[in-house]
Write a protein that binds this ligand. Sequence first.
Ligand SMILES: Nc1ncnc2c1ncn2[C@@H]1O[C@H](COP(=O)(O)OP(=O)(O)OP(=O)(O)O)[C@@H](O)[C@H]1O
Ligand SMILES: [Mg+2]
Length: 304
Amino acid sequence: MAKNIIMHTLSFISASGGVGKTTFAILTAGALAARGKRVLLIDLDSSATATLWTVKNVEENCDIKTLMKELLDYRLGRTRNIRDVKQCLHKHKVRGLDAVFYILPGGNLNDLTMEIFSTPKWEILLDELIAPIKEDFDYIIVDSPNWLYPHFPMVVMFTPFYIALTRPGGPEREKTALLLDRIFAMLKRHFSIPEPEKYVAVLLNQIRTTKVADIEREWNTLYKTLAERYPGITVIRNDKADYYYGEVQTPFYGFKLRNDLGAEEYQKSGHPLKSNNKAIKAQFTAYMESLTEFIKANAPYQVE
Ligand SMILES: Nc1ncnc2c1ncn2[C@@H]1O[C@H](COP(=O)(O)OP(=O)(O)OP(=O)(O)O)[C@@H](O)[C@H]1O
Ligand SMILES: [Mg+2]
């Protein structure tokens, strides 16, 4: 009988910096928590921005770096005891919604590079670190470091699903394709997954144009470019028509770049699902619907 695992792990990744990984990792965690899901956000970015935005007082020596250091010491027989990861989790009250999620604070893993790389099977260290608490959650969300960062393969070994953030324009599209090449190569090599593109959803963010025809063209070009290379890939779009981009009803193609959307706005005014702005609320609702569908359709395990 197929094992019924209902825990999902998704990583937010991007080819360039500043495309919205941290923002959407936090907002997605919040939206899932609001649906009653048990959610953990792992801040794997060395700059620890997600932690900064969601945790008031981070205890010193209780973040991903110190926990990883303890695990390495344990593996090398330098210590017999390792702390329970639970001790370092912080509860975050989702702003504007009646929900909470947990966050494992980030730390500078770069300080441990030498030690990590001299450990056998270092790619599975994150998996090992989180294993004791995996079953406590329905969703684990990873705010991933830059893909050029040496520990990035740890993210690939840890997650079945990826949300790849991208923004309009040819150069970003090409960079995203290169990022996907790298991930698919890793997935094929380590897991012998025949169709790794099934596990990636690309999300268009920071759309600047207000012209619907341009937004549509941008989405179509992105889809065509990626689907030609990787048939079976998902580029998030929701055909439920709404006023996402102004006066005309259209499908949802991605997020607009707006002053009233983004991590700072979340801090100030709360979650987009509670936004007074109808377009923002509609965009986020459509995105969550498409994301859920993507997971259901492509989960490598049975989903309830
Ligand atoms: N659709 C949007 N509209 C307005 N602001 C946005 C939008 N998406 C992201 N931002 C803003 O862009 C900035 C960069 O976003 P964020 O920090 O989430 O990106 P990142 O990919 O995590 O960056 P890094 O590579 O530095 O980790 C933030 O100030 C965020 O609030
Ligand atoms: Mg970030």
